[in-house]
Design a protein around this ligand. Structure first.
Ligand code: FMN
Length: 363
């Protein structure tokens, strides 16, 4: 049994799987269900000074197993949420309250919530704070001056220069949460040709598996540009997904869409799968695999000459699939085995992932 506990900003998490701010974290009842389902702590639905008014529908299934949503922040007034937060605080797990959006709103809410609830950290969302560094930096600086508890900054993937944003805001934040949903995007059903969402022209924000590679790249960038912990969020549905985030530098991970689709037991399932993977690979803890990708990158041998595709005669079954999918038309059959024409092979590498029998390797 691996050690799944993680400590960041002096907050102890029994496991690294958290909810990401979203609809499964609206009420104390839901948050307590998340803890029962195995979450290592709680991150609440974002609350602001004014309540949100979202046009329905707000959440639909989108392309490639993703979701598209047109949900903004909480429709429950923050005064009403205080008793909800207190009930969760009593449960004893770490509580992170997500707030937004302007400098005034965030500073006022942060101060108030620190005094009334004393959450373990405050997360502020940058989703509606524009795409330039200055306004976000102003919010971070002002919040830092308003509260003593740790500040987590939720990063939107639309920001043009993530490394610059991370470097500039790093002195004022204690951890980064990356990423929020991506967009705006559009999707609809061609049978009706009508919008899926209640927003102006049906536009929304994409989440779930389609955004996972984007999130991985951004977590890598932030954790390389700063020494602050990163909470990796975006498309995670399994322990294997979570492992990738730790390897690019995440300390914890957050899940939203998978919980919307499959319920609160998802946290425990992912934590168990992380444990199984660590056990199978003889790692004792999550900490041992953090940044492994970056370490391997340093050791990487780049190809100084054109790599050659090598086909293992032992593994090739002669199925001919590779001959059909080689875009450079460099593969052919001879004596019922796949062969490479070195004149045509440019070493693109696609066939090594596409051969079902693992017979192709770039060398
Ligand atoms: C319906 C919905 C509502 C969301 N609401 C919030 C929110 O209130 N605050 C926030 O910071 N992120 C919000 N998010 C973004 C998620 O926290 C998360 O960053 C994003 O969905 C990517 O993670 P996932 O692929 O696991 O869903 C919301 C996402 C969805 C799908």
């Amino acid at each position: 049994m691996a050690d799944l506990s993680v400590k960041i900003n002096d907050i102890e998490f029994k496991n690294p799987v958290l909810p990401a701010a979203g609809p499964p974290m609206r009420t104390s009842e839901m948050m307590l269900k998340a803890l029962k389902g195995g979450a290592g702590g709680i991150v609440t639905k974002t609350v602001s000074v004014k309540v949100a008014h979202d046009s329905r529908p707000t959440i639909r299934k989108g392309v490639c197993s993703g979701l598209i949503n047109a949900e903004t922040w909480s429709e429950i007034p923050f005064e009403k949420l205080l008793c909800e937060y207190r009930k969760v605080k009593e449960a004893g797990s770490p509580l992170i309250i997500s707030i937004g959006y302007s400098l005034e709103e965030v500073s006022k809410l942060g101060r108030f919530l620190e005094k009334e609830i004393q959450p373990d950290a405050i997360e502020f969302s940058t989703h509606y704070t524009g795409r330039s560094v200055e306004p976000i930096l102003d919010v971070a600086r002002s919040l830092k001056g308003s509260v003593d508890i740790p500040i987590w900054m939720k990063v939107s993937p639309n920001f043009p220069d993530i490394e610059k944003l991370a470097e500039k805001t790093s002195p004022f934040v204690d951890a980064f949460v990356a990423i929020n949903s991506f967009g705006p995007v559009l999707d609809f059903d061609i049978e009706t040709a009508e919008p899926l969402l209640g927003s102006e022209y049906g536009e929304g924000w994409l989440s779930g598996p389609p955004i996972l590679p984007l999130a991985l790249r951004i977590v890598y960038q932030i954790s390389t540009a700063t020494d602050k912990p990163v909470i990796g969020v975006g498309g995670i549905t399994s322990g294997v997904d979570a492992i990738k985030f730790f390897m690019v530098g995440a300390s914890l991970i957050g899940v939203c869409s998978a919980v919307i689709k499959n319920g609160h037991s998802v946290y425990g399932k992912i934590a168990e799968e992380i444990n199984d993977w660590l056990d199978e690979h003889n790692f004792q803890s999550v900490n041992e695999i953090r940044n492994l990708y970056k370490e391997r990158l340093k050791e990487r041998k780049t190809f100084s000459t054109q790599p050659k595709m090598n086909i293992s005669e032992e593994d090739c079954t002669g199925c001919t699939a590779c001959v059909n999918f080689c875009v450079n038309e460099a593969l052919y059959m001879e004596d019922k085995l796949a062969r490479v024409n070195p004149e045509r092979c440019i070493g693109c590498g696609f066939c090594q992932d596409s051969c079902n029998f693992g017979a192709m390797k770039l060398k």
